[in-house]
Design a protein around this ligand. Structure first.
Ligand code: NAD
Length: 459
C-alpha cells in the first residue's frame, strides 16, 4: 500500500501533466462518477442506515438527490463555466482586451464530517474535479459504512493520481494536514476548523471552512403557529437534529410560547408517532459519546417534551426545553442533536441580548408575517445564510452560495459557487499594439492635465 506522501506526490506529477486542464476529460470523469453513484444507490442507502439508522427517504432528499443535482449541473455547464470570461477594459488598459481565466488550484484536500457523510464528501469533490484539480478525500471515520462505499465508488471511477479516498481518523487527518496542498476544503466543527486553518497557514494554503455554531430561529406573534411548528419540527429533527444548519434554539414572543409548544408536540407526534423509538423515520445519534454529551445537556434543563434517552442504542427522543439560562449546559455549545431549547422575548432588545451572546451563526431563521420585522432581523445580524418562514431550504438552491461567516466558517460553495471556490481567477490583459498612447511615459512634464481629463472622462 502506498503511503500518504507517495499518493500526493503521484497526484502532483499528474497535475503537472496538465491532463486535468482538458475540460472534456473532466466531463468524462464527472459522467463516470454519476454512473457509479447511480449503480451504488442501494448500497449508499444501506450504508447510511447502518451508520445511524438514517432512512432511505432522508438520504435521498438530503444527500443522494443533491449529489446527482450537482453532478448534472457541473456536466451541463462546465464548458461555459471554464471559458475565459471577457470583461470591460479601463482607461489604463486601453487599447486591449481583458479576461478572467479560471485555473485549477492544483492538489486539493477535502476533509468531510459524519453528519451528511455522503453529500458533504461528494458535493465539494464534484466541484473540485469540475474545476480541474486532483483530490484527496478524507471521509469521516464515524460513518465507516458510508466511508467504505465512498472509497469503493471513487476507486472504481478515478485513477489514484486524480482522486483518492483515504479513510481514517484524527491520525490520518493530521498526517494529511502536514502535507503541502494548493487548497483545503474542510467541513466540521469549529475547534477542528482552527486546527485546519493553522496547518494551512504554514504553507499559506487557501481554505474553505464549513463550520457550525448556534443558529437561532425567531418566531413572532404574526405567524400561523401550526404551519410554523410543522416546518420547525421537520427542519430541527431531520437527520436526528444532527444538521449544521438546523435551528439550535428558538426565540419566541412570550405570549405565544405555550401555544407554540403545544403545536410542536402535535407535529412531533404526527411525524414520528407516539412511540418515536419505533419510528423508521427517526435516525439515531451517531455514537455513544455524542449521546452522552447530549444527555449531559438535559441534566439542568426543564424538559417540556421528550427527554427519553437510551445510551446503549444511541436513541434520543425529540426534546423540547423550556427557557434555559444562557449559561446553562444546553446553551453553551452547538447542540447538534434533537434537543430544542425555547427562549422567549418581549422586546427586540431581548432578542438582541440573546443573539449577541453568541458568535456569528451558520444559519438564521425568522418566522413572521411582519415583513419589516423579518427584514430588520436578517439585516441586523451577521450569519452565513438564512430563511424567512421556513428552515434549511436555502441549502437546496445551488444559485445561492452556501457557507459561514466569522466563527461559522469562511468561503462558500454549491453549484457554480463551488466551481469558483476551487478555481483561481486569473486576470489577463491582452494588449493591442496598433497604438501606444504616450501619456504614461516619462518625461511627465506637461502631461498631468491631459491625464486628469482622461480620468474624468473615462471613470
Ligand atoms: P469534526 O470536526 O469532529 O470532524 C470533521 C472531520 O475532521 C472528520 O473527518 C474528522 O476525522 C476530522 N478530525 C477530527 N478531529 C480532528 C483533528 N483533531 N485533527 C484533524 N482532523 C480531525 O466534525 P464532525 O463531528 O464530523 O461534524 C460535526 C460538526 O461539523 C458540527 O460542528 C457541524 O456544525 C459541522 N458541520 C458543518 C457543516 C457546514 O456545511 N458548515 C456541515 C456539516 C457539519
Amino acid at each position: 500500500m502506498k503511503t500518504i506522501p507517495e499518493l500526493i506526490s503521484e497526484q502532483k506529477i499528474f497535475f503537472k501533466s496538465e491532463k486535468t486542464k482538458d475540460v472534456n476529460y473532466r466531463i468524462s470523469l464527472l459522467k463516470a462518477l454519476k454512473n457509479e453513484v447511480i449503480s451504488n444507490e442501494q448500497a449508499i442507502y444501506h450504508a447510511l442506515y447502518k451508520d445511524f439508522k438514517k432512512s432511505e427517504f432522508e438520504t435521498f432528499i438530503s444527500e443522494y438527490g443533491l449529489v446527482i443535482s450537482e453532478l448534472n449541473l457541473a456536466i451541463k455547464n462546465l464548458k461555459k463555466w471554464s471559458k475565459p470570461k471577457r470583461v470591460k477594459g479601463s482607461i489604463l488598459t486601453f487599447p486591449s482586451a481583458s479576461y478572467i481565466y479560471k485555473e485549477p488550484y492544483g492538489n486539493v484536500l477535502i476533509i468531510a464530517p459524519w453528519n451528511y457523510p455522503f453529500l458533504l464528501a461528494l458535493a465539494p469533490l464534484i466541484m473540485a474535479i469540475a474545476a480541474g484539480n486532483t483530490v484527496v478525500l478524507k471521509p469521516s471515520e464515524l460513518t465507516s459504512n458510508t466511508a467504505r462505499v465512498l472509497t469503493k465508488i471513487i476507486g472504481n471511477v478515478f485513477p489514484e493520481q486524480v482522486v483518492v479516498s483515504i479513510e481514517g481518523g484524527i491520525e490520518v487527518s493530521t498526517t494529511l494536514l502536514e502535507q503541502r496542498w494548493d487548497y483545503i476544503f474542510f467541513t466540521g466543527s469549529v475547534p477542528v476548523g482552527k486546527i485546519v486553518a493553522k496547518a494551512a497557514a504554514v504553507h499559506l494554503t487557501p481554505v474553505t471552512l464549513e463550520l457550525g455554531g448556534k443558529s437561532p430561529c425567531i418566531i413572532d406573534d404574526s405567524i400561523k403557529l401550526k404551519l410554523a411548528a410543522k416546518r420547525i419540527v421537520w427542519g430541527k429533527f431531520l437527520n436526528g437534529g444532527q444538521t449544521c444548519i438546523a435551528p439550535d434554539y428558538l426565540v419566541v414572543k412570550s405570549e405565544i410560547k405555550q401555544n407554540l409548544i403545544e403545536n410542536l408536540i402535535v407535529e412531533i407526534e404526527a411525524s414520528y408517532g407516539e412511540h418515536i423509538k419505533n419510528s423508521k423515520d427517526f435516525p439515531r445519534i451517531i455514537n455513544q459519546r455524542n449521546a452522552q454529551r447530549l444527555d449531559n445537556m438535559l441534566n439542568d434543563s426543564t424538559i417540556v417534551f421528550g427527554g427519553d434517552i437510551d445510551l446503549e442504542t444511541c436513541y434520543l427522543c425529540p426534546t423540547l426545553i423550556d427557557e434555559p439560562e444562557l449559561e446553562s449546559e444546553v446553551m453553551k455549545d452547538e447542540i447538534f442533536g434533537p434537543i430544542l431549547p425555547i427562549l422567549t422575548y418581549d422586546t427586540e432588545n431581548d432578542i438582541d441580548k440573546i443573539i449577541s451572546h453568541f458568535e456569528k451563526p451558520l444559519s438564521f431563521y425568522v418566522f413572521s408575517n411582519n415583513k419589516s420585522f423579518a427584514e430588520r432581523m436578517i439585516t441586523k445580524y451577521s450569519f452565513g445564510g438564512g430563511v424567512i418562514n421556513d428552515l434549511l431550504i436555502h441549502f437546496g438552491n445551488h444559485r445561492l452560495p452556501f457557507g459561514g461567516v466569522g466563527a461559522s466558517g469562511m468561503g462558500a460553495y454549491h453549484g457554480k459557487h463551488g466551481f469558483d471556490t476551487f478555481s483561481h481567477h486569473k486576470s489577463i490583459v491582452k494588449r493591442k499594439n496598433w497604438i501606444d498612447p504616450p501619456v504614461r511615459y516619462a518625461p511627465y512634464n506637461g502631461k498631468l492635465k491631459l491625464l486628469k481629463t482622461l480620468f474624468r472622462l473615462f471613470n
